[in-house]
Design a protein around this ligand. Sequence first.
Ligand SMILES: *Cc1c(COP(=O)(O)O)cnc(C)c1O
Length: 440
Amino acid sequence: MFLHGTSKINEEGHLEIGGVDTITLAKEYGTPLYIYDVALIKDRANSFKMAFENMGVSAQVAYASKAFSSIAMFQLIDELGLSLDVVSGGELFTAITSGFPASRIHLHGNNKSRSELKMALEHGVGCIVVDNFYEISLLEELSKGNSKQVPVLLRVTPGVEAHTHDYITTGQEDSKFGFGLLNGQIEQAIEAVLKSEGIHLLGIHCHIGSQIFDTAGFVLAAERVFEKINTWREKFSFTPEVVNLGGGFGIRYTEEDEPLPATYYVEQIVEAVKKQVNEMGINMPEIWIEPGRSLVGDAGTTLYTVGSQKTVPNIREYVAIDGGMSDNIRPALYQAKYEAVLANRVAEKHDRPVSIAGKCCESGDMLIWDLPLPEVKPEDILAVFCTGAYGYSMANNYNRIPRPAVVFVENGESQLVIKRESFEDLIANDLPLKSKVSQN
Ligand SMILES: *Cc1c(COP(=O)(O)O)cnc(C)c1O
């Protein structure tokens, strides 16, 4: 069993996180329940930031908020001095509402609408990561006559494939994201942006994938981008002030995963950039990165209550819990693997393999196959580790299951940061048939 952050086994043999007994949390807030270890988020954020500071490099570490977004989360990220990536009007609205300074918000997305771009310009976001030619024309239209230019990065697909699951790889040439770096598209885009009065070309962005466990892909992507800079300097007198190398730093979901420390990723990336910069005799650009999963992934734990069990003789035992693909769709979507324990009996031997089934009407709703646990009884509390990224943010209401509550824990205290959805919330936008209304 691998315990992350402040997680430990307390005197009662219960799982404790942030100095709070998880069984108490389950009683107080109900299950399924998302718990975030705030100290661990702070620790991860600081190691990325400090790594740049120690190397004396100007940088921005932007939290890729799609991993987990909420008002409280954004306020925490602001306190930690990080920037924030958003990819939709909804994420931008949440950020602005949380009080996050617009100047440190970056807007991403492969199909930003006119109204989303308008909203971003009205709030004065720090930069827009431009993805395609349509977006350039929208920005030209929207920025016409504005006193301040819109700062943009151009997103490129550097043709580097990260070693990971196909579904979450975005760096190959054949991708829906960005301008081709190798097929001339990026030059067309640079030309268009430089010509446009209302837009300021700040630099270049690339993101090569997710859950990446080595640095070779980042180094290669940086090299690919810098190889092009000579051409851009000659042709357009353009040298990027900012090079954003994206996110995708891997985390430990199971024992098989061997993540690198944040410091190591940063050092390798900075070294690669410094080498290129020295060879070319240009100024060191600001380096931006965008960790999502690696800031919040292992800080999150989900608690479930065990319900029914089913034995298929000589084959397997199913243990069903009170959540599933409605609060964590990653196993169904990516065959993602997780580790888990019985939170109320962590100290007991976990040596009887069972398979954890969700409660949704879908055979694919299996959370974990062949998980060793002590003998399981109804109302035991199962704690699934490392659910902090792309868990709650991908939660849905399939089968009209309300989305769970989220609590932050730190220094022996818990704080509710997202309320559990109620049945009333589920029907809040439903409207009755006209004929039924007129009868009343
Ligand atoms: C999703 C995403 C990230 C964050 O990826 P993680 O794997 O969560 O670190 C960063 N940048 C871009 C452009 C993304 O789409």
